[in-house]
Write a protein that binds this ligand. Sequence first.
Ligand code: IVH
Length: 671
Amino acid sequence: MSPSIAQRIAALRREIERHDYQYHVLGDPLISDQEYDALYRQLDELERSHPEYADDDSPTRRVAHGLLPGFTSVKHSAPMLSLDNTYSLEELEEFDARVRKPLGVEQVSYAVEPKVDGVAVHLRYEGGRFVQGLTRGDGEKGDDITANLRTIRSVPLRLRGRKTPELVEVRGEVYMEAKRFEEMNRRREKDGDKPFMNARNTTSGTLKTLDTAVVARRPLQIFVYQLVRAEDHGAATHLEALELAASWGLRVNPENARVEGFAALRALCLRWATLREQLPYATDGLVIKVDSLRDQRRLGLTAKSPRWGIAYKFGSTEAETTLRSIELQVGRTGVVTPVAMLEPVMLLGTVVGRATLHNFDELERKDIRERDRVVVEKGGDVIPKVVRVVSGGGRRGPRFPIPTKCPVCGGPLTRDPEEAAIRCENLYCPAQVRRRIVYYASRGALDIEGLGGKTVDALIDEGLLEDPADLYDMTVEQLMPVERMGEKSASNLVAAIAKSKEAPLERLLVALGVRHVGASVARLLAEEFRSLPAIAEADAEALQQVPGIGPEIAASVAAFFGSREGRALVRRLRERGVEGRPPTRRRRAEHGPFAGKSFVLTGTLSIPREEASRLIVDAGGKVVSSVSKKTDAVIAGEVAGSKLEKARSLGVPVWDEARFRKTLDEAGVGA
Ligand code: IVH
C-alpha cells in the first residue's frame, strides 16, 4: 500500500526538520543544499495542493505572510536580568571571593561561556511547540517577536525527542556570524542597498522588523545560554541544564566549559584572550557562572543582576583617539619627557586622558604631532602609551620641537648621550623639588601620610618647602592657613612628619632618591654601613665591596653623597634628628624565605612596586630589573608584557600576585 498524502507530508516534515537540526544546530549537514531544496520543494507543493493538512509548525511556515501589525508587550515569567561587568582578573578574583564567602568554600566550580555579542531573547515551548519568543525589553516586559524568531533555523519549531517537558523556557543570544554578515553586506551593495554598520545593531534592528520575509533573509543564529527553572527539569548544575536543552534540539555553544576554582578560571580567561579571534562571531568577553544550581539559589540576585554570575570583558588593549596636545613633564631627576594629552577614551575599563610618549627620540621616530589621530595602548606597564599615528590624510600640525630650555625653571637642558634623555641640571628647579619631596613622602619611601602631590604643591606655593628637611620645621600654626588644611589635618601631618624620624635607615636611603638606590640596594647599604654618615663617607671603592653592589651603583651613591647638594641635605636632615634607624637584627634577611633568591616584578600589582620590592627584600630576596635564567621567579601583575614572555621562554617560574602573597604570608612577612 502506498503511503497516504498525510503520511508523505509528515515524513517530509520530519526529514526536513532533521536536516535543519543537522545543519543549523549541529553545523553538520548530511545532504547537499540541492538535495535539501528538492525535499523542501516537494513538501511545499504537497502542502499547497492539500491545504487541509496545513500545520503552522511545518518547516515551510517559518515565514509568516504579510506585515506584522506591531509588537505586543508581554510580562516575563521571571525578570530578565543582566550581568555586572569586570575588566580585569583582579576584579574577577574579587567576584570569586564574593561567591566563596557566603558559600563557605575554598573552591567553586564555574561554567565559562563566550559572551556572544548579540541580542538576548526568551523562548517558550509548550507541549514541545515553540509558542512565544520575547525580547529582553526592560527586563520586566519584552516585545513579542515570535514571528521573527520562527524564521531562524536554529530555533526549533518543535523540540526533539518523545518525552519533552510540558513547559520549557530558555534564554539565549541571537547573533550574526561575521562572515555571513559581510556576505550579506556584499549582496546588499550589489543590489544597490546601503551596507550595515555592524552585526550586533543589525541583529537588534532585524528582530524588531515588522516584515518577517525580511527577517528570514538575514543570517541570524541563536545560542541558548540558560534553561529557566532548570531544577524543575532535574538538573543539578547549569551545564547539565544546557545539556538537557541541547538534547531537546536547542543550540548550545560547544565552547562552554567547566573549571574548578579561581586559578583554573584565570588560566582559561587568559587563553581566551587569543582564542576569541578564532571564533566565527564577535565576543566581547566571557560569561562566568557558578555551575551548581543549588549554590546559585543560595547566592541569589540583586535588583539588577545575579550574584552567581559575572561578565569578564576582554579589554581592548588599544584605542584610537585624538592627541590634543603634547606637554612637557619634568621628573624627579630632572629628565624632561613629552606627555600626550588625549581626548579621553575608554581603555580596559578606565578613562585614559594622558599617555606617555617616552622620549624625544621616540616622538621623532614615530612622527607624532599635535592634533593627530593616534592609537593608545595599555601594555605591560601601568601607564598607557601612544603607539602610532593613524594616517588619514588631512593637513597635520608642525613637528614638535625638541625643547632646549626647561619648561618649568627655564634653565638649559642637556642631553644625556647614553640615555636618550634630556635633563634639566638645575637641582632647585621647582618641578624637581616638588617630585623629590613627593617621592620622599611616598609609600615606598618614608610613607608620610597626608603628604601627597597637592599638599606639597600648596606648601611650595606658600614658600614653606624647598627640600625634604624643611618638612621637619613646619608647625601646625604655619600649616593651618594652607589651602584645605584644617587644624586637625595640620596637626596630623606634623605628627606624621615627626614619626618619619624613626623610620628605618633603609627607608630613608630610598627616600633620598639617589639614582639606582631602590629597596634592595638600600637594604644592602643599611646592613653594611649601619648609619647615614657611614654611608655618606664611603667612597665608591668601599661601596663596591658590598656584595650585590656593582660599579654603576657605587658611583651613583658616591656622587650623590659627594655633591654639595647631597651633603647639605644630609646635614640638614641630621640637624633635625633624621638619621634613619639602623637595622636591629643584622642580616636577619639572610635567613628569610627568599634568602639568596632574585625576583623580577612586572605588570600592575595591587600595591606600588616599591612596596612589593620592600616585601621581597624584607624576606631576604633581591629585586632585579631584567629576566635571566638566574631569576628565581617573575612576579607578574595585570597586563604583564615582555618580561612575562621572556620568563616563559626561559622556563623561569611565573607567580601571580596571589601566589606571591601566599608565599609571604606563609613565611610571616606581611605588608
Ligand atoms: S547569561 C542574568 N550567558 O550578555 C543574566 N548572557 O549582561 C544571564 N550574553 O543580557 C545572562 N552570551 O544578552 C549569559 N553565555 C551567555 C551570554 C550572555 C551573551 C549576553 C546576554 C546578557 C548579557 C549580559
